[in-house]
Design a protein around this ligand. Sequence first.
Ligand code: GLU
Length: 317
Amino acid sequence: MDSTPPVGRLAPSPTGLLHLGHARSFLLAWWSVRARGGRIVLRMEDLDGPRARSEMIDAALVDLTWLGLDWDGPMLLQSSGLERLRAEAGRLSDLGAAYPCICSRADVRAALSAPHEGDVEVRYPGTCRDRFGSREDARKLTGKDASLRFRVPDGETLVKDELRGEQSFDVGGTVGDFMVMRRDGTPAYQLAVVVDDAAQGVTEVLRGDDLLPSAARQILLQRALGLTSPRWLHVPLVVDASGRRFAKRADDLSLAELRERGVDPRRIVAWAAGVSGLDGDERMTPEQCLKDFSLARLPRDPVRLTAAELAMLKTAP
Ligand code: GLU
């Protein structure tokens, strides 16, 4: 096994308040690299236009610090690196790996944020493949601004995930040529995540397993751009008693709410440790859990938060 210390990342999207599911994935991402003496970087994924709000950036920073997490180096605000992201979209285009598209569809909007479970994704049929030489040509010929789509190669893409094993995805057959840059020049999530992970030197991506299909798209982009793929670890999601994934859009169980109730963050840490196969007592800081951390102990099934556990977590202190 490679002995170079890993570089992990925390990459919240400031489109809503963080909740218990985020707390668990962020703690795991932090534990996984810190347990091996690695670094962890922070990136705020704020490209999702009006949905990303500055007060949510502040709230996420307060939440992460409240939990006892830290990170190395300055936070990268994704929107501050637009030129770099656009340049990489242009490079894909120059390589013939991306093409202009003037189709106007609902998925133009969807391309900005990470596709989580429950989000509907429509397969793009390739209407604009080989239609225009460049975005400028598309503009001249149609009077419309063009987006850029990645030309997905035929065949299956293999994701070697440390937790889920080898998983194969037919990207072309399911989502088709996906968007890398919106018509207004905003980079899409799939491109932004790949370019910024490389810019921040990330070697390990640990996140919720609803983003496992996105790893296949990200591998294709990494290949096209000549970037090394990180180690992938997709963890099972936290679900409520009815099996529903926690959604920050619903603001249920936000960390902010728990904090306002006066809940001790070490209780959240102890819960996250317990459901991740770590021994922990009621009062633990993230640091104190490090000595036990082992991926082998992580459960492979969704973590169900029962009503009793929830009531316990919600009760101050
Ligand atoms: N920022 C994304 C989200 O919060 C996660 C992206 C990723 O981990 O690749 O949904």
